[in-house]
Write a protein that binds this ligand. Structure first.
Ligand SMILES: Cc1cc2nc3c(=O)[nH]c(=O)nc-3n(C[C@H](O)[C@H](O)[C@H](O)COP(=O)(O)OP(=O)(O)OC[C@H]3O[C@@H](n4cnc5c(N)ncnc54)[C@H](O)[C@@H]3O)c2cc1C
Length: 377
C-alpha cells in the first residue's frame, strides 16, 4: 500500500503545528490535520515562557507582534508580593491564542513537505506492522507514523487504550478584559481564598484573566459564571473592576496523564501526552521543547519510541514536582504566605524557580538558601 505521508499529525494547535514545521524542514513528508478551521480559540493563560519563545525563534518565527513578558509576580492581598524575573536577555510572550495558533498553523501550511487539512476530524486508527491507517471525515490516510497532538482529551490516546480519567477537581474560567494601554508586562498571580487569579497581557489594550480553583469556589451556588468571574476579578484587581469583558470560557478538570505516550508507530505530544495544572503556565513551552526532541528522534532514530519515552519521563518528573509544589503553596494559605515572604526577601530564588519550571535549570542547582526562602526563612 502506498503512503500518503511519513508522519500524520492529528491536531494543529501550537504543538502539532510546530512539530509539522520542524519535520517538514527536515525533509519528512508530513500531513497536519485539525478538526477546526483557524482562527479558533482555546481557553489558556496565554503566557509563553522564554524557553518556548526560544524554540520558535530558532525556527525563525519571531513573536515581536505579541506583548513581551518579563517575569511572574505572586501576590497575596494583605500579605505582600514576590516578583520573579526571567533571565537577562530572555523574554516570554502573551500569545492571544486566536492569533498565535493561526500564525503557527499558517507557517506549517507554508512549509515545504507539509500538507494541511483543516476542518478534517480524525475518527479512528488501525495500527499495522508497517503503517498506520487513520480514518478521517475526509477519507483514510496511510502513514508510517501517527502523532497525537490533539489536546488534553486526546482521541488518539483513547483509540490506543492509553487514556485515563482526570485526577484533579480543579477547573478554569478564562476571559479577556479591555484595558487600554495597560502597560503590564508580566504574569500576575493573585492567591485568593480557594481560587487563584492569573493575569497576563494579551495585547497592548487587552488583558487575559483566568480563574483557577475547585468548581464551588469558581462559581458558588446561585451565582452566574459572569457574576462570579467579575467578583473575583474585582477582588484581585479592583483597578479593573469596570473593564469590558469578553465571553468567558470554562476548562478542566485538569491533571491527566495517559498510561503510555509512545508505541512503535504512534506518539503523543503536547497536552495529549499529559496535562498537570495551568498554574505553572508551562504547557506550550513543554510542548515546543518536546516537538524539537520528537522531530529529531523520528528522523534519526531507528527506535524513536523508546528514546522518546525515556526522555519524556525525565521532563514529566520535573514538571510533576513543580506542579505539586505550586499546588501545595497555593492550596495551603499559611505555606503560600510564608513562601511570598521568603521569596520577596530573596527574589533570585524565585527567578531560579521560574527557570526550573520552564526546564532551563535543573532542580539540583537550587541552593539551600533558595529552598529556605521558599519555606519563608
Ligand atoms: C485555563 C488554562 C490556562 C493555561 N495557561 C497556560 C499558560 O499561561 N501558558 C502555557 O504555556 N500553557 C497554558 N495552558 C496550557 C496550554 O493551553 C496547552 O498546554 C496548549 O494549548 C497545548 O497545546 P497542544 O497543541 O498540545 O493542544 P491544543 O492547543 O489543545 O490543540 C489541540 C488541537 O487538536 C485538535 N483536535 C482534537 N481532536 C481532534 C481530532 N479528533 N481530529 C482533528 N483534530 C483534533 C483541536 O481542534 C485542537 O486544535 C493553560 C491551559 C488552561 C486550560
Amino acid at each position: 500500500m502506498g503512503m500518503d505521508a511519513d508522519v500524520v499529525i492529528v491536531g494543529a494547535g501550537p504543538v502539532g503545528s510546530a512539530l509539522a514545521i520542524m519535520l517538514g524542514r527536515a525533509g519528512c513528508q508530513t500531513l497536519l490535520i485539525d478538526r477546526c478551521q483557524f482562527p479558533r480559540d482555546k481557553p489558556c493563560g496565554e503566557g509563553l515562557m522564554p524557553a518556548g519563545n526560544r524554540v520558535l525563534e530558532e525556527l525563525g518565527i519571531g513573536l515581536r507582534d505579541f506583548p513581551s513578558i518579563s517575569g511572574v509576580t505572586y501576590h497575596v492581598p494583605g500579605h505582600g508580593r514576590a516578583e520573579g524575573k526571567f533571565m537577562t536577555g530572555s523574554v516570554g510572550r502573551g500569545t492571544r491564542r486566536t492569533d498565535f495558533d493561526k500564525m503557527l498553523a499558517d507557517h506549517a501550511d507554508a512549509t515545504q513537505n507539509v500538507e494541511t487539512a483543516f476542518g478534517c476530524d480524525a475518527r479512528d486508527v488501525q495500527v499495522g506492522s508497517d503503517e498506520v491507517l487513520l480514518g478521517t471525515t475526509q477519507g483514510q490516510i496511510v502513514a508510517r507514523f501517527l502523532v497525537g497532538a490533539d489536546g488534553m482529551r486526546s482521541r488518539v490516546a483513547t483509540w490506543m487504550g492509553w487514556s485515563r480519567p482526570a485526577r484533579s477537581r480543579r477547573y478554569g474560567l478564562v476571559g479577556h478584559l479591555a484595558a487600554r494601554d495597560h502597560g503590564i508586562d508580566r504574569v500576575l498571580i493573585t492567591l485568593l481564598d480557594g481560587c487563584e487569579v492569573y493575569l497576563a497581557p494579551s495585547s497592548r489594550d487587552e488583558l487575559l484573566v483566568a480563574l483557577l480553583g475547585a468548581k464551588g469556589h469558581l462559581r458558588p451556588r446561585g451565582v452566574t459564571v459572569r457574576e462570579s468571574y467579575s467578583r473575583r476579578v474585582a477582588q484581585a484587581h479592583p483597578e479593573l473592576a469596570g473593564c469590558q469583558q469578553s465571553t468567558i470560557h470554562g476548562a478542566g478538570p485538569f491533571w491527566t496523564r495517559p498510561s503510555n505516550i509512545a508505541s512503535r508507530r504512534v506518539f503523543l505530544i503536547g497536552d495529549a501526552a499529559g496535562f498537570l495544572d495551568p498554574l505553572t503556565g508551562d504547557g506550550m513551552t513543554a510542548g515546543f521543547v518536546a516537538a524539537s526532541k520528537l522531530s529529531h528522534l523520528l528522523i534519526n532514530e531507528a527506535d524513536a519510541s523508546a528514546a522518546y519515552r525515556h526522555w519524556e519521563a525525565k521532563q514529566w518528573q520535573r514538571r510533576l514536582f513543580m506542579g505539586r509544589l505550586a499546588l501545595a503553596l497555593t492550596n495551603t494559605a499559611a505555606l503560600g504566605r510564608r513562601a511570598i515572604r521568603g521569596l520577596s526577601k530573596r527574589p533570585v530564588a524565585l527567578d531560579r524557580l521560574l527557570e526550573v519550571n520552564e526546564g532551563s535549570r535543573s532542580l539540583r542547582s537550587l541552593s539551600p538558601r533558595d529552598w529556605a526562602a521558599l519555606g519563608g526563612f
